[in-house]
Write a protein that binds this ligand. Structure first.
Ligand code: ZN
Length: 159
């Protein structure tokens, strides 16, 4: 299905070129910074949370097209969801891309499923997951997220 693959790339390119929600939501009260040293992507996720629900979502910063597209689609996908729903999406997203489980895309909105193909490009995986790790950090009250931690599970002290 090479046509489908082209469509997926089109969606990613569109969001990469014209990111949605590239802004700070009014009343933003939940933020974290994310850095992907491998690629140089740097973004900040900005959320407004009320009663365990993500009422509004935006992001700042810049990165490659995959990173921007991932952040853009994330902000659209998580708005209005509870934290619990967010972490369920995060798990499926990581299953799909990091662990290469294509079926995980069925648990995701279509606009997130388009990142399935990224699993074939290990160098790009961290670009696609940066926004997700950063949003998770924000919801967990952590100030920063680094894609490096996904490999080791430990906490780095570098800076
Ligand atoms: Zn990148």
């Amino acid at each position: 299905m090479s046509d489908l693959r082209e469509l997926y790339q089109e969606v990613i390119l569109d969001h990469g070129r014209r990111p949605r929600n590239h802004r700070v939501p009014e009343g933003c009260n939940c933020t974290a910074e994310g850095h992907n040293p491998l690629c140089g992507d740097r973004i900040g996720v900005r959320l407004r949370c009320e009663h365990d629900r993500i009422e509004d979502a935006g992001f700042e910063g810049s990165g490659c097209a995959i990173c921007m597209a991932a952040a853009s689609t994330l902000t659209e996908a998580v708005k209005g969801r509870t934290k619990e729903e967010f972490f369920a999406l995060l798990e499926s997203f990581l299953d799909m891309i990091v662990h290469g489980i294509p079926e995980a895309s069925q648990k995701l909105p279509a606009k997130l499923g388009v990142f399935k193909g990224v699993a074939e490009f290990p160098m790009r995986v961290k670009c696609a997951t940066l926004a997700w790790h950063t949003a998770a950090a924000a919801l967990q009250g952590k100030p920063t997220a680094s894609t490096e931690e996904t490999d080791h599970g430990g906490s780095g002290t570098g800076g």
